[in-house]
Design a protein around this ligand. Sequence first.
Ligand code: NAD
Length: 427
Amino acid sequence: MKISVIGTGYVGTVSAACFAELGHEVVCVDVDRSKIDQINAGIPPIYEDGLPELLRKHAGKRLSATPDYDFAVVNSDVSFICVGTPSDSHGNIDLGIVKAASSSLGDSLRKKKDYHVIVVKSTVVPETTEKVVMPMIEKRSGKHTGEFGIAMNPEFLREGKAVHDFMHPDKIVVGSLDKRSGDIVASLYSGLNCEVTRTNPRTAEMIKYANNAFLATKISYANEVGNICKQLGIDTYEVMSAVGKDFRIGKHFLNAGAGFGGSCFPKDVKALIGKAQEIGYEPLLLKSVIAVNERQPGRMVLLLKNRLGDLRGKKIAVLGLAFKNDTDDIRESRSIPVIKELLDNGASVFAYDPMANENMRKLFGGIQYSGSAEDALRGADACLVMTEWEEFKMLDKEFEVMRNRLIIDGRHMLTPRKNIEYMGLCW
Ligand code: NAD
């Protein structure tokens, strides 16, 4: 089938490349010219394992990019909206970009005679597809639903493993108001070995939020238990590895530490809180999930201050800037509040990340970025570990260049070593 993908960020580029791999013809649309040029040249605009190979294979053949909505809509049967849905200043969902993409799609649809399906893949709060996207497209295209199709197809991929997750999903959810559009969207995934869950759009929207909110809740729960364990001198990892053996709980997402970041969990939990409050429900549990998460980075700096005293003039190495390993994405990374607090306390920060130095430089221009962990550690009074990069596990002799060998591990990833004072955040 012919597909257009609107928005070539993490979700859009990965979906486009994977749909091409499944045999579909894909055209991407973005407002960012540089991303369009990169995709057409077969270069991924973001870092994702396996993506360079797919782009090299399909760009210029089954995969292309354009800024032209009309061209993309005329040359496809289905359009996926994959634009960002950030938080507004109150934490509620900001649908501005979804509305802009919907109105551009509606304008292009006005010029097309054939049936076309619009699919919302962006994470949007329940009712958005039916009450925001659909009316916008009807208004701008001058057509009624039925003349065009509408569906909601949430994305569950994990950054860093996005290509693998797209090709090996544990669930595919397609929400539609009518059978025809749902059947078309479901058929796009027929090359994958996964059952398609069919619902209405608002249920599909809610499944995505319920999924992310549950995972975030597990992490905050693990952090709450971890903070209590720390004060009692109990190893929370020993506790949780036993707790996770209960099949009703499961062993994943029970790792206490610096908390969750990224482009999804924090904003999605906050968006669900906002939606609940909009309809008059006070979501106490979800608010606590965010509150516990926001406290964790401060606890790292508190541990550091308890040990070093005044941080003014102290050199602190921060290892890991990306919100998690295997990505250059720093959105809502827990290293951001940590660096901010270190700077507020007068420390000088030497940071290193295998991939995210450049992204973080846009946020904190005034700190030192190092080309290796060893460079960041040289002469440091302490080291904070913020991201679970595999290469940090191998560090050994590199710590010898520190002035004071104190490590506070926010990710439970280093092994204690002789001559190093090693402290865990929650253990
Ligand atoms: P992103 O910010 O990386 O990419 C969005 C892209 O849309 C950008 O390239 C931007 O230039 C483009 N864009 C902006 N306005 C546009 C317009 N009017 N027309 C065309 N393109 C436009 O976002 P992302 O991380 O890919 O997330 C997209 C959606 O998917 C969000 O709703 C997010 O919550 C959801 N999601 C993300 C992930 C993830 O891991 N990143 C996982 C699942 C779901």
